[in-house]
Design a protein around this ligand. Sequence first.
Ligand code: ADP
Length: 633
Amino acid sequence: MKPQDVRISAHILPGLSVTTSALPLRLRFLAMLPRLWRHRLPMAGLVVGVLLALIVIDRIAIHATRTIVLEDIREEAAAAADLRVAMLRSEIEKQRTLPVVLAQDPDVHRALMDPTGNAAPALNAKLEALAAATRASVIYLMTPQGHTIAASNHRLASSFVGSNYSFRPYFQRAMQEGQAEHFALGTVSHQPGLYLAQKVSDKGRVLGVIVVKTEFHGVEADWRRQNEPTFITDDRDIVLVSSVPQWRFHTTRPIPAEQKAALRTSLQFGDAPLNLLPITARPDDTVEATVPPARNARTFMDVRTGIPTTSWTLHVLAPVAPTLPLAEATIHVLILLGGVLFLGGGAVYLGRRQRLSHERRRGQLARRHLEARVESRTAELQVANAQLRTEMAARRSAREAADALQDELVQASKLAMLGQIAASVAHEVNQPVAAIRAFSDNAQTFLQRGHAQAAQENLQTIGALTERIGAITSELRAFSRKAPREVSTVSVQEVMDGALLLVGHRLRLQNVALTVNMPAQPLRVKSDRIRLEQVLVNLFQNAMEALANQQDARITLTAQALGTEVRITFADNGPGLSAAVLDALFTPFTTTKPTGLGLGLVICHDIIAECGGRLEARNEGGAIFTMILPGAE
Ligand code: ADP
């Protein structure tokens, strides 16, 4: 095999590696652990980096979310505040018309101008009915001295009738300016409310002051039903009306001590301490407030709206929870989810990339390993090939030497046989030579006697005899010539004739009867003519030696075609092959003859084998040799 014939396909490689993707997920993760540990530093850096990025993104997103959500809450609260302001304003406006209208009322004028006080009961009833109809808290009429002469609450124990309110700022301002509005705590009812005072005049003469007090219980109750604490502050930031009763008369900013003392003296807010509201402003426009009865502070948007036609401000505290925390939680969750997905995706991507590169590396290693093995195997094979070639060359030269030796042996054997058959051949030649002498003598005699015709016939016979001598000598020359083996189509008949030319005389001399059985059709075999003749001569020689001194000696030569082969049997009726010879048949130096070499049969065997045939020997009434040769057309 040539080295380049050695090919080991690399497609077996995938079979060498066990891919981790074939493992279950848990085992795959465990299989990845050593690799993860190897890359722990870059991976830890990556994780920390991603976490920092996530924190930054989270901060930014939270800030944006807060801004958006707070703006939404503010807008919603502002809308609610506007609505409340509108309702409050319509309430106040309605109440405001009352003192203006009453200041023109004839009954009011009459009561003020009647010093007997007889008109007061009728006016009391009227004011009572009016207050009930307009939901005014109380309506009452005072003289220019501040003395109350009629009131809607005239029936109650806390009736204002007979009380003097000249000290109240709204009275004093109304007397001076014609009308006044004043928010204060009622001195009798202790209920806060807005006092709307209107001076009553008749043709330039001041008759008195009519006052409508309106309270905001209904409004506060309405506000309480809403979720957002709502309150009104005046221009000094004091809470006047509030959905949280505890906050009333608290302040949104600290009030200076002297102002506080003055307010308390005025009894505007009774003995309220005017403490600060439990509301703390935060930097992001929100406030922290503890709304009773809750004890924990909550975060609100403090949305303020001025109440037109008053110096008041309406505050709506819109809770940021749950909208803002929910939005923030959603953002946290989304960003966390994004981070987890990113890290997970990154881990999966890195894992897959590592696995692929690992598998690729393993594939490369396996390929390199295989290539190295192929190379070393190729080198081994090259060495083996070189050895083989050397051995083949050595064998060839040994074979050539053996062949040369064989040729030498064949030639030596031939020459040895020639020595044995020389006498026979000489006699074979001598016979026609002697005959030629006799015929030439006779021809001379016939010529002397003038018998030319007879002399000519003798000369013709001499010519025929010289041809016979020529045939014998040329046969002898061909037989003795050392020629290389040459397999060709050979006539069995011709080979037999040639052999008989060489051994015929001896056969006759020994009185051996020869029987030749040949088919009518000429038989042809593939063989070397001279060597096959040598075999026959050898067999004749051996047979004649075995038949020496034997009466009725006989040799039978039979040739016949058997399928594609030709079988030639050579039988004698001698003593046959001895047991020793049969045991070591065709083995060199097997001989029973004192001067024998024991090579003849070995050479015959080899010659037949070289022609692609075989030589067998056995005993059957004598020795019988069988040559089987490949037939030829
Ligand atoms: P050699 O003639 O030198 O002994 P051979 O190889 O020709 O060598 O013969 C080997 C032996 O085979 C002979 O010595 C003889 O004993 C025996 N042998 C050969 N041919 C015959 C035969 N026709 N009859 C009996 N013995 C034979």
